[in-house]
Design a protein around this ligand. Structure first.
Ligand code: FAD
Length: 565
C-alpha cells in the first residue's frame, strides 16, 4: 500500500509516524512545501521574543530522523499541486527547481493546515509587515528587529553631543492567541506595543466579561489596546517606519507590524480533488477522518470538526486535535476502527506570567445557537491552600445544563493553577460528566498544589447547590427587582461600595433579621460569593426569599479589581 501525506507538520507528521508503527510494509511518502517538517509553530512567538533562543530548538524532528526511524520518504520544498482522484495521482512540484512529477497513491492524507487571513488592504505588502506562521516568518521578524530599520537603529542627536535612542514601536493586528503572544514577546524585547482589534474584546472564544480581566491584566503589563477598531491600511513613513491607519481615523506609528488576523482552512488542494467543503469552509470529513472520497483523508486546521458540546460544525485550529486526527487517519488506513470524538476547543494562553484557558461552550456560543437550557456560575477560589505561601486567586466561570447538570464549558484566568483546572474540566466534559461528578471528583491535594476542596470540586459544589435549590442565584446582567443586601465588613465598603445595598455584615445578620423585608426577594452580595451563600442559606431557612449574586462584587467589576487581590 502506498500512502501519500501532504503537509509535514502537526497532523501530517503524526499520521506518517503512526502509520509506520502500525504497518511496516506501507510505502509512505510525506511532502512538505516548506523547508522544514515537524517544527513547533506554537513556539514561534517565543523565538521572536528570545525565550527560545535557538531556531534549531523549534525543529522537533528532522527529515533525516523521520527517514532513519520510520523509513518515511520525506520530501521538503515539495508542493502538492493537484490531485486526480480518478487516476489516484498527485502532481508534485519541486519548489526549488520547478520540476513537476506525478506520484500515485492508494490512500492520500491531506494535512495542509490553514492560511493566514491577509486582506487586500492598501500597503499590506510594505516592508516591515510580518505574519507569524512558519520558521522563516519568525526568522524574518528577528532579522528585521536585529538589523533594525533606520529608525530602530538610529541614535538621535539631542542638544549637541547627547543622543537618545527613541522607543521602538510595534503594532500587532488581531487579539487572538498568536497576536497576544507575539505582543507580549515584543514587549519583552523592549517594544512599545499597540494591539489593534476589530472586536470589542481580545481572545474571542472567551466571554466578554472574562476577556475584560485579560485586557486589564495585559494593560497593566504595558500592552496598549485599541479595541473596536479595524485596520484600514498602511503607509510608509520616514526612516523606514510605518503608519497603521484604522477605520476610526487613528494613525499608529510602527517600526514593525505583525498581522495576526486569524486563519482559514487551506482547501486549495482539496478543491482540485473535488472534495466536499463544509458550511464553515473546511474540508468535510467523517469521524474516521475520511473525506467525501473514501481513499482521501484530511486532518488538522484544514478540516471542519464537530463541536463536542453543541454538535455543530466548527473550525478549530489547534495542535492537539491535529495530532490526534493524524493518528486516527493512520489507524483507519491500517484497518483499525478509530474515531474522532469531536473538539472542545480546549485552549490556554500564557500572558505576562498569568494564564487564560477555556474549554467547551462559552455563554455567547450557547446564546448564539439559541440554547436556553444552561446556567452559569462565577467563582474565585485560591490556586492552592490560602495558608500556604504563593496562593493566587483564579477567576472561573462554569457553564452547565439546567435540566441535568451536564457540564458544558469553563473559562479560567489567573497566575497559578489555571491549566490543571481547565484540563480536568475538559476531561470531565469529554466523559459526559455533570456538576455532581465535579462535587465528587477526587483530585490530588497537598497545600502547595491545591486545597482539600479543589477549585474543580468547588465549582461542582456551587453549581450543584444552584440546581438543588440550596443556593438560588442571580447574575448582575439579569434584570429584576430586589432588596440588595451586602454582607461584607464595613472596611470592605471603603474599598468598593455596592450601590443601593444595605450593609449588614455576615457576623451580625442573625441578630438583625428584623431589618430585612419579608415581601421582597433579597439579593445577597459579598466579595466573591462565599459569605453571600452562607447568608442566603440562613435567610431561606428563616422564611425569607433570597438569592446569591453569583461571584459577588468580583463578578460585577472583576476586570478592575480581580488582579489587585
Ligand atoms: C504562531 C503559532 C502559534 C501556535 N500556538 C499554538 C498553541 O500554543 N497551542 C495549540 O494548540 N496550537 C497552536 N497553534 C496552532 C497549531 O500549530 C496548528 O493548529 C497545527 O499546527 C495544525 O496542524 P496541521 O497539520 O493542520 O497544519 P500545520 O501544522 O500548519 O502544517 C501544514 C503544513 O502543510 C504544508 N502544506 C500546505 N499545503 C501544501 C501543499 N499543497 N503541498 C505540500 N505541503 C503543503 C504547509 O507548508 C505546512 O507546513 C499555533 C500556530 C501558530 C502559527
Amino acid at each position: 500500500m502506498k500512502v501519500i501525506i501532504v503537509g509535514g507538520v502537526a497532523g501530517g507528521a503524526s499520521c506518517a509516524a503512526r502509520l509506520r508503527r502500525l504497518d511496516e510494509k506501507a510505502e509512505i511518502l510525506m511532502v512538505e512545501r516548506g523547508p522544514y517538517v515537524s517544527y513547533a509553530n506554537c513556539g514561534l512567538p517565543y523565538h521572536i521574543g528570545g525565550v527560545i533562543e535557538k531556531e534549531s530548538s523549534l525543529l522537533v524532528s528532522s527529515e533525516a530522523m523521520l527517514r532513519a526511524f520510520f523509513a518515511i520518504d520525506v520530501r521538503t520544498n515539495c508542493e502538492a499541486m493537484r490531485v486526480s482522484p480518478d487516476k489516484k495521482t498527485v502532481d508534485l512540484r519541486n519548489v526549488a527547481t520547478g520540476e513537476v512529477t506525478t506520484e500515485s497513491y492508494d490512500k492520500l492524507v491531506l494535512s495542509p493546515g490553514a492560511v493566514t487571513v491577509r486582506p487586500p488592504l492598501p500597503g499590506i505588502d510594505l516592508p516591515g509587515i510580518f505574519q507569524v506562521r512558519t520558521v522563516p516568518d519568525a526568522r524574518a521578524i528577528r532579522e528585521w528587529i536585529e538589523r533594525g530599520s533606520l529608525f530602530l537603529a538610529g541614535m538621535h542627536k539631542y542638544s549637541g553631543f547627547q543622543t537618545v535612542k527613541p522607543k521602538t514601536r510595534a503594532v500587532v493586528i488581531g487579539g487572538g492567541f498568536i497576536g497576544l503572544e507575539t505582543a507580549e514577546n515584543l514587549i519583552h524585547r523592549g517594544f512599545e506595543v499597540t494591539l489593534v482589534e476589530m472586536l470589542d474584546q481580545v481572545l474571542a472564544p472567551l466571554d466578554r466579561e472574562m476577556a475584560r480581566i485579560v485586557e486589564s491584566y495585559v494593560k497593566r503589563h504595558g500592552l496598549r489596546l485599541a479595541l473596536n477598531d479595524g485596520v484600514s491600511g498602511f503607509k510608509q513613513a520616514a526612516n523606514e517606519s510605518l503608519e497603521v491607519q484604522t477605520k476610526s481615523g487613528k494613525v499608529y506609528p510602527a517600526d514593525i507590524v505583525i498581522l495576526s488576523l486569524g486563519v482559514r482552512p487551506d482547501t486549495a488542494l482539496a478543491k482540485t480533488a473535488g472534495l466536499e467543503i463544509g458550511e464553515r469552509g473546511g474540508i468535510r470529513v467523517d469521524e474516521h477522518m475520511r473525506t467525501s472520497n473514501p481513499d482521501i483523508f484530511a486532518v488538522g486546521d484544514a478540516i471542519e470538526v464537530k463541536d463536542f458540546v453543541t454538535g455543530r460544525w466548527s473550525l478549530i485550529a489547534l495542535a492537539g486535535p491535529a495530532n490526534r486526527q493524524g493518528r486516527i487517519a493512520a489507524d483507519v488506513i491500517a484497518g483499525r476502527d478509530s474515531r474522532f470524538r469531536g473538539t472542545l476547543g480546549t485552549s490556554i494562553i500564557g500572558l505576562f506570567g498569568a494564564a487564560a484557558a477555556w474549554t467547551g461552550a462559552s455563554e455567547k456560543t450557547l446564546i448564539r445557537i439559541g440554547d436556553k437550557d444552561f446556567e452559569k456560575i462565577y467563582l474565585y477560589p485560591n490556586s492552592h491552600a490560602g495558608y500556604y505561601p504563593g496562593a493566587r486567586p483564579i477567576a472561573m466561570k462554569v457553564l452547565f445544563r439546567k435540566s441535568d447538570g451536564r457540564l458544558l464549558g469553563a473559562q479560567a484566568l489567573g497566575e497559578d493553577g489555571v491549566d490543571k483546572r481547565i484540563s480536568a474540566l475538559a476531561m470531565a466534559i469529554q466523559m459526559g460528566a455533570t456538576i455532581y461528578d465535579l462535587e465528587e471528583s477526587e483530585l490530588c491535594y497537598a497545600p502547595q498544589f491545591g486545597s482539600a476542596k479543589d477549585p474543580v470540586n468547588f465549582a461542582g459544589m456551587i453549581a450543584a447547590g444552584v440546581l438543588r435549590g440550596d443556593m438560588p442565584i442571580r447574575h448582575w446582567d439579569e434584570a429584576g427587582e430586589g432588596f440588595l443586601l451586602d454582607v461584607r465588613e464595613a472596611f470592605e465598603l471603603a474599598v468598593e461600595e455596592a450601590p443601593g445595598a444595605v450593609n449588614i455584615p455576615m457576623g451580625q445578620l442573625r441578630g438583625r433579621l428584623n431589618e430585612l423585608p419579608r415581601d421582597r426577594e433579597i439579593l445577597v452580595i459579598c466579595r466573591s460569593g462565599g459569605r453571600a451563600y452562607y447568608a442566603t442559606r440562613m435567610l431561606l431557612q428563616t422564611g425569607f426569599k433570597a438569592r446569591t449574586l453569583s461571584g459577588g462584587m468580583l463578578s460585577r467589576t472583576h476586570a478592575a479589581t480581580f488582579w489587585e487581590s
